[in-house]
Design a protein around this ligand. Sequence first.
Ligand SMILES: [Ca+2]
Ligand SMILES: [Ca+2]
Length: 171
Amino acid sequence: MQGRRYEGGFSFIEVLIAIVLVGIAIASLIAANSSFTKTNAAGTELSTAEFLLEQIKELTVVLPVVDPNTGMSTFGPEAGETTLADYDDLDDFDGAVFSPPINNYKATLNDFAAYTQQITVENVSATNFEQVVADHDSANPQYFFRVTVKVFYGSKQVVSADWVRASYEEP
Ligand SMILES: [Ca+2]
Ligand SMILES: [Ca+2]
């Protein structure tokens, strides 16, 4: 009796089980592929945002912390500095929003128009960089500046980084 079962080939139940197993395998392959695609897209978004953050860092790191002409008398763009091309010190970038983003030569990157760079420059306490103090406070001058750059994809923040720079200019 046992021999006969194998001679007769696969039973209907066996074929059904095989079909179900193959179906499950295909479905999980498709699911794995789609989650890989999603992960990959998130990776591209992250590396693009990090690149755009780095552009701001490279652009501002070569600029003096306070204006070469007016020193600490103005926080933000000086009078007459109305466009990005005029910005010549770090605090000129306080509150700047670039959408489309810019590169380290101040050129607009239209290919990344979905991204936005947002920059904040703040005076921080010399003894605690987490403590924000008044901008260019002449009564209690602080020489440390914290730069925060956030990069958004649409309205979603993708990356954020901050660093501290010091000015040794007289207030
Ligand atoms: Ca300036
Ligand atoms: Ca300035």
